[in-house]
Design a protein around this ligand. Structure first.
Ligand code: T5A
Length: 221
C-alpha cells in the first residue's frame, strides 16, 4: 500500500474501543502491516500534555467552546507529529477517538455553533480525514457500567461523570453522523461479546481496505 490507511474508533464511554483496537492491531501486524496505535486526547507529546487538563476537568470552567479549542490544539499536534507522517510512510493508523468525538461531546452536548465547529475542524484536521470510522454503539447504561467496573475505585473523568441523558444524546449524535457519512462510517453493535465485535470489525476493515485498494488501482490506471 503506497499511502497508509487511517481508521478511527468512536462511540460512548466503555464501548470497548481500546479492547478492539488491541485486537485489530494484533491481527493486522500478523499480516505483516506496519500499525500505529494512538489515542485522543493525546497521542503526541504536546497533546498528551493537554490530555490531563481536559480530562481532570481543569478546563471545564472555561466553557465548552474553550474546551473545544484545547481539544483542537491537541489534535492538530497529534495529526502533524504522528498521524500524517505514519500515513505518508504507508502505515495503518488506529486511533481511539478523533474528530467525531469533538463533534459529539463539544459540538452537540456542549451546544456549540455548527459553523464554529466546522471551521475549527477544518483547520485542525487539515485534510487528514479518516478512511474508515468504526462507531461502537452501545446503550450508555451498559457502557458506563463497563467503564466503572474497569475503573474500580477511581473517580469518573470530566465527561464520564455527566448525566445519563447527556450520554444518550451522544449515542444518538454518533449514530446520526454515521447515517450522514455512510462511505466513511460503519456502526458496530458493541453489546455483543468481545469476540463477535472483533469479527464484525475485521470484516468491516477488510472490506474498506479492499475498496480503497481498488479505488487507488483505478486512479493509477
Ligand atoms: N473527548 C475526547 C471529548 O470530549 N472530545 C474529543 O474530541 C475527544 C477526542 C476520553 C474522554 O474525552 C472525551 C471523550 C471521553 O470522555 P478516555 O479515558 O480516553 O476518555 O476514555 P474513552 O475513550 O471514553 O474510553 P473508555 O476507556 O471509556 O472505554 P473504551 O476504550 O471504549 O472501552 P474498553 O475497551 O476500555 O472497555 C471497557 C471495559 O469493558 C470491557 C473491557 O474489558 C473493559 O473492562 N469490555 C467488554 N465487556 C463485555 N463485552 C464486551 N464486548 C466488552 N468489550 C470491552
Amino acid at each position: 500500500m503506497s499511502r497508509g490507511f487511517f481508521i478511527t474508533f468512536e462511540g460512548g464511554e466503555g464501548a470497548g474501543k481500546s479492547t478492539q483496537i488491541d485486537q485489530l492491531a494484533r491481527s493486522l501486524r500478523e499480516e505483516g502491516r506496519d500499525v500505529i496505535v494512538t489515542r485522543e486526547p493525546g497521542g503526541s507529546s504536546g497533546a498528551e500534555a493537554v490530555r490531563h487538563v481536559l480530562l481532570s476537568g481543569a478546563a471545564e470552567p472555561f466553557g465548552s467552546a474553550m474546551e473545544a479549542v484545547l481539544f483542537a490544539a491537541a489534535r492538530s499536534d497529534h495529526v502533524e507529529q504522528v498521524i500524517r507522517p505514519a500515513i505518508e510512510r504507508g502505515a495503518v493508523v488506529l486511533c481511539d477517538r478523533f474528530l467525531d468525538s469533538s463533534r459529539v461531546y463539544q459540538g452537540v452536548t456542549g451546544n456549540l455553533d455548527d459553523d464554529f465547529m466546522r471551521n475549527l475542524e477544518r483547520v485542525t484536521v487539515n485534510g487528514m480525514v479518516p478512511d474508515l470510522t468504526l462507531v461502537l454503539d452501545i446503550d450508555p447504561e451498559e457502557g458506563l457500567r463497563r467503564a466503572s467496573a474497569r475503573r474500580g475505585t477511581g473517580a469518573p473523568d470530566r465527561f464520564e461523570k455527566e448525566t445519563l441523558a447527556i450520554h444518550r444524546r451522544r449515542r444518538k449524535a454518533f449514530l446520526e453522523i454515521a447515517k450522514a457519512e455512510p462511505a466513511r462510517c460503519v456502526v458496530i453493535d458493541a453489546s455483543m461479546s468481545a469476540d463477535k465485535v472483533t469479527a464484525a470489525i475485521q470484516r468491516a476493515v477488510q472490506l474498506a481496505m479492499a475498496a480503497a485498494s481498488t479505488d487507488r488501482e483505478r486512479s493509477e490506471a
